[in-house]
Design a binder for this molecule. Structure first.
Ligand SMILES: Cc1cc2nc3c(=O)[nH]c(=O)nc-3n(C[C@H](O)[C@H](O)[C@H](O)COP(=O)(O)O)c2cc1C
Length: 298
């Protein structure tokens, strides 16, 4: 049975944070969602210390083989999450990983302590694509900032800490090594690639925020390369994601070094994509020798 940092999983496919609303899915489709839950673990949408309404619309825009989003992390905040969402997410038939983000180490610490204290939570994903209000630096773009954040958070919980890496850096492997030095248990990658589009009808930015993050099949080769680099440099297990839409895609990420894979944008097109990818993966995964010879062809 696959496992991640001591969390046992029925298969290797989980969801990418923010791309599958398990509470809404259950409201719409009923308990059938629980009976055939598409993922082996559930990662929550990122929560922040205080509630956020998110960005003004337009917040999503279709692109060739992908989409742009600038949702802006709308969420109920820590208290709202613990009171309203956690009890419902705890009813899911799979381990729960809660994604958290803050703009200072003390605020991150508050989130990790509160979420880590809950028995319903199996692990915590740290979304580090955020500025530190004190230094002005994006934490996940700086190996030293990432290491220092982990040093602050590591003593606060025994639960696995997974660092969600940003792809918007020259050397994601250096950031992964910083996370490892600070005491992270795993990394996940990639988050969305910074990107823009202009609406041809108006000549103005397609997203109200001006720019957003690119996801979907368009980013897959970038994700595979970053995954290779990160797993070669850091000794941590990695959750690979970025444009996975089939078992063949998932097998590619496993061949490149991932321990688990996550399905994101594809779930908008096919809400059952997680189970489909897991079933296809059983058939698609190459024998070890084949996977290595495929990588040697470069
Ligand atoms: C609409 C949307 C919302 C997202 N929200 C979050 C989020 O709250 N936290 C996070 O860490 N990543 C978020 N992501 C990034 C995904 O988790 C994932 O890293 C990225 O989309 C790449 O995977 P994909 O190409 O399979 O979608 C979001 C992506 C999309 C498309």
């Amino acid at each position: 049975m696959p496992e991640l940092c001591g969390i046992s999983l029925a298969h290797r496919v989980i969801n990418a944070s923010g791309t599958y609303d398990a509470i809404a899915a259950r409201q719409v489709f009923g308990d059938a969602v629980l009976e055939e839950f598409p993922f082996a673990a559930f990662v929550s949408k990122t929560i922040t210390p205080e509630p956020r309404v998110g960005n003004a619309p337009r917040r999503i825009w279709e692109t060739p083989a992908g989409m742009l989003n600038s949702i802006g992390l709308p969420n109920k905040g820590l208290a709202g999450f613990l009171e309203q969402d956690l009890p419902r997410l705890a009813e899911l038939p799979v381990p729960l990983i809660v994604s958290v983000m803050a703009t200072s180490r003390p605020e991150f610490a508050k989130l990790v302590e509160a979420v880590g204290a809950r028995d319903e939570v199996a692990g915590i994903e740290l979304n580090v694509s955020c500025p530190n209000v004190h230094s002005g630096l994006i934490v996940g773009e700086q190996p030293a900032e990432t290491e220092a954040l982990l040093e602050t958070l590591r003593p606060l919980t025994a639960k696995p800490l997974i660092v969600k890496l940003t792809p918007n850096v020259a050397d994601p492997a250096a950031v992964a090594v910083g996370a490892e030095r600070g005491g992270a248990d795993a990394v996940s990658l990639i988050n969305t690639l910074k990107a823009s589009a202009f609406d041809p009808a108006t000549g103005t930015p397609a997203l109200a925020a001006g720019h957003g993050g690119l996801s979907g099949p368009a980013v897959r080769p970038v994700a595979v390369q970053q995954l290779r680099a990160v797993t070669a440099a850091a000794g941590l297990p990695a959750i690979g994601m970025g444009g996975i839409a089939s078992g063949v895609d998932a097998a590619e990420f496993l061949a490149a070094g991932a321990t688990l894979v996550a399905v994101g944008t594809e779930s908008f097109r096919d809400p059952k994509a997680g189970s489909r990818v897991a079933a296809e993966l059983d058939l698609a995964r190459p024998k070890e020798a084949t996977a290595h010879s495929a990588l040697d062809l470069e």
